[in-house]
Design a protein. Structure first.
Length: 260
């Protein structure tokens, strides 16, 4: 095996680990369960690393190890792995096909963000750290059915346009980014924004951070996505990220990361 082939295999192995960790983080924050999926584009190829379809042996996103991740091509056909792809594989293939700038995709049914999509209400940028993820209102794809065909995947990608996030109304949300780490952080940040939007609207009129200020803050000395993702990974590695361990905890308590 050539050195370049060795390098590619190393990249794939690392991507499988990252996709697995992303799913674990989202699961333990209460943003995903056995449904939903994360993926990563293999750089320089037409291949995708993705969580396999849930089954009797493939359970919640927090339990799927890197060894069980599969590789598919841009048509959704399996290339490597013993399990089949998720039914909504075309969320991933068609968005990657339409957007070469996207390297990672996350699809969840997280409650508060989904609720804003159901009522067609924008999630306002009202938190400093998270505001850049909501500079513009998210587009809405109005078909609540499974995105289980190329035609539906293309329609979803068209609805996404040049945005990073799109509501699948009455269904869930799709988050994208240059990497799967960034897509995962967007899912976390936007749920936090949705929660604070909901609370703030009960109290009065939320103060929205202007776009110009968001852009100004982004130019400052801010912690990068790698540091933020590493933080959540460290909680996962040490068992500190254990909201799911709280018996009968409501979703908001799970999200606030109650521990054992």
């Amino acid at each position: 095996m050539s050195a370049s082939a060795d390098d590619i295999q190393a990249v794939i192995a690392e991507l499988k680990k990252t996709v697995s960790v992303a799913g674990g983080i989202l699961y333990h924050l209460g943003l995903a369960d056995y449904m939903g999926h994360c993926s990563a584009r293999i750089p320089g190829t037409d291949r995708i690393v993705i969580k396999p379809r849930h089954s009797a042996s493939v359970h919640g996103m927090g339990t799927v190890e890197s060894e069980r991740m599969i590789i598919i091509d841009m048509d959704g056909k399996p290339v490597e792995g013993r399990d089949g792809p998720p039914a909504e594989i075309f969320i991933h293939t068609e968005i990657y096909r339409a957007r070469p700038d996207i390297g990672g995709i996350v699809h969840t049914h997280q409650m508060m963000t989904t609720a804003f999509g159901v009522v067609g209400r924008p999630i306002l940028p009202i938190l400093a750290t998270e505001s850049h993820d909501a500079k513009r209102p998210f587009p809405i794809y109005s078909d609540p059915d499974l995105v289980n065909s190329p035609a539906r995947g293309k329609a979803l990608a068209q609805a996404l346009g040049d945005h990073a996030t799109v509501h699948i109304q009455n269904h869930g949300v799709v988050f994208t980014g240059p990497t799967v780490e960034e897509a995962t952080l967007s899912a976390i940040h936007i749920e936090r924004l949705a929660l604070l939007n909901y609370f703030s609207l009960q109290l009065g009129t939320p103060n929205v951070i202007p776009t110009e200020k968001i852009d100004e803050m982004l130019k400052g000395n801010r912690v990068g996505y790698g540091v933020r993702f590493a933080y959540y990974k460290s909680l996962l590695d040490t068992g500190a990220l254990s909201a799911r361990a709280v018996v009968s905890a409501p979703p908001i308590a799970q999200f606030l990361n109650l521990t054992k």
